[in-house]
Write a protein that binds this ligand. Structure first.
Ligand code: S3P
Length: 174
């Protein structure tokens, strides 16, 4: 398949729901180009997301994230793995939906906690009680994640199973 063409596949969802891993599989399967939004922002800013949050603050990061969404949603043939908070600006979801299918990966707070607890790079989860923080953020963000075109729950599923569900959604939407 011509990787320059075709609708974008955009994966949104909370931290630890498997966006990056599933995006990699989808890029291989479709021949579309894999784009990791956070990695692009890190490359552009010359520092990690963690350092951007610490030194410049979350609003600065969200502004760079918004610019990146605008840039990527004007292109086609991409599989885009987003940062978990990209949905907080409804314009981001709207822009992504214009040129692509936005699929939200979800998981229970307990599953997310299990997946992220050994990792230390997420500024929003550096709290005394990360499981509680995950529950609070998930509740606050639920109305934003609902705006995606489709939802895929990942609890208890293998990456292959999740990718197969995403593929079904994509073929139904194309
Ligand atoms: C964030 C999620 C992170 C990263 C930043 C903020 C969020 O990406 O963009 O730490 O607000 O949920 P991942 O979802 O890849 O961890």
């Amino acid at each position: 398949m011509d990787r320059e063409r075709g609708k974008n596949i955009v994966l949104v969802g909370f931290m630890g729901t498997g966006k990056s891993a599933v995006a990699k599989i989808m890029a291989t399967r479709t021949g579309k180009k894999l784009v990791e939004m956070d990695a692009l922002i890190e490359g552009q800013e010359g520092m990690t997301v963690e350092v951007i949050f610490a030194q410049k603050g979350e609003p600065y990061f969200r502004a760079r994230e918004r610019e990146m969404v605008q840039r990527l949603s004007s292109q086609s043939g991409l599989v885009i793995s987003t940062g978990g908070g990209v949905v907080l600006n409804p314009d981001n979801v709207e822009d992504f939906r214009k040129g692509g299918t936005v699929i939200c990966l979800s998981a229970s707070p307990e599953t997310i906690f299990k997946r992220v607890k050994s990792q230390t790079h997420r500024p929003l989860l550096k709290t005394p009680n990360p499981l509680e923080t995950i529950k609070e953020l998930l509740a606050a963000r639920a109305p934003f994640y609902e705006k995606a075109d489709a939802q895929v729950n990942t609890d208890g599923k293998s990456l292959a199973e999740i990718a197969a569900e995403v593929e079904r959604i994509i073929s139904d939407n194309s």
